[in-house]
Design a protein around this ligand. Structure first.
Ligand code: G1P
Length: 247
C-alpha cells in the first residue's frame, strides 16, 4: 500500500494487469492487510477502478510469510487450472513499458518468465535462469533457475524481473519445493522444476522494470512515474530540471 506518486504501488500493478486483459485479480497479503485492499479498491463509489470496468480485486491472506513461492501457492484454489499472470508489486513497469502482452504472445504450451540482462550487482538479489536454445531474439528456452546465485553460481546474466505467466504446473512444482534461500519456499525453485521438464520459456523485456523495493529504487520510481504523470508531470519535470541545475 506504499504510495508512489498518487496511488499505492499495488494499484500501479492492478492497472498494468487490467491493461493486459486481467479481470479477476488476487492480491496476496499479510494478515490484517486484506481489509485495506478491500477498502481501497472495492468500497468507494468512484473508486480507483472507476476507469477499469469489469476488474475484480480479491485479497487472499498468506497467514505466515514462508516466501514468494508459498505466496503464489496460496492462490492455487482461487486460480484453478488455467494460465495466470503473477506480478510482483516491488517491480513496476516504466510508462509505456508493458511486458505482459509480449509474454502472452511468446507463450506456447508452458509457462513464460520475464527476463532482463542484469549487472553483477543483481546476482545476489534476483533469481537467474539457465538458458537453452533461443527461439528468436527475445525468446529463450529456460532449462532451470537459481535464486540469488551470487557471482560464483550465476548460470547466466538473465534475471527474473517480477513478471511471470504460469500454467497450473507451477502449483504441482511448488508442492514439492523445500525451503531454499533464506529458509523460504522460493518461486524460482519451482521455475527450475518446470524448466527442467521442458515447460518454460523466457521473454526478454525491451525495457528494465523499476524496483521500488529499495530506498534509491523507490525514489527513482517516484521520479520516473511522476515525470510521466498526465496531470502534473510537466510541472514536476520543470521542478526537477530547476532543482538539479541548482545542485
Ligand atoms: C524476488 C524473486 C527473485 C526475483 C525478484 C525480482 O526476490 O525471488 O527471483 O528476481 O523478486 O524483484 P525478492 O525481491 O523477494 O528477494
Amino acid at each position: 500500500m506504499l504510495p508512489i506518486v498518487d496511488r499505492p504501488a499495488i494499484q500501479w500493478v492492478v492497472e498494468e494487469a487490467a491493461r493486459a486483459g486481467a479481470r479477476e485479480i488476487f492480491v496476496i497479503v499479510d494478515p490484517g492487510v486484506g481489509v485495506l485492499i478491500e477498502r481501497h479498491f472495492n468500497s468507494q463509489e468512484e473508486g480507483p477502478l472507476a476507469g477499469l470496468e469489469h476488474v475484480n480485486v480479491h485479497p487472499i491472506v498468506q497467514d505466515v510469510p514462508r516466501g514468494l513461492g508459498d505466496a503464489v501457492r496460496t492462490a492455487a484454489t482461487a486460480v484453478g487450472n488455467q494460465p495466470f499472470f503473477t506480478l510482483l508489486v516491488d517491480n513496476l513497469v516504466f510508462p509505456d513499458g508493458d511486458v505482459l502482452p509480449g509474454m502472452a504472445a511468446a507463450a506456447e504450451a508452458g509457462s513464460v518468465v520475464c527476463l532482463r540482462e542484469l549487472g553483477t550487482e543483481f546476482l545476489a538479489r534476483y533469481g537467474f535462469i539457465v538458458p537453452g536454445e533461443w527461439r528468436n531474439e527475445q525468446v529463450v528456452e529456460v532449462l532451470g533457475a537459481i535464486e540469488k546465485p551470487g557471482v560464483e553460481a550465476a548460470p547466466s546474466k538473465l534475471g527474473l524481473i517480477g513478471r511471470y505467466l504460469f500454467t497450473g504446473k507451477i502449483f504441482e512444482a511448488l508442492d514439492h519445493v523445500e525451503p531454499g534461500v533464506g529458509g523460504e519456499i522460493q518461486l524460482t525453485d519451482a521455475i527450475h522444476t518446470v524448466g527442467e521438464a521442458g515447460n518454460c520459456l523466457g521473454y526478454v523485456a525491451a525495457d528494465d522494470l523499476l524496483d521500488s523495493g529499495t530506498p534509491s529504487g523507490y525514489l527513482e520510481a517516484s521520479t520516473i512515474l511522476g515525470a510521466a504523470h498526465p496531470d502534473f508531470g510537466a510541472r514536476y519535470r520543470a521542478f526537477v530540471t530547476e532543482f538539479t541545475e541548482g545542485l
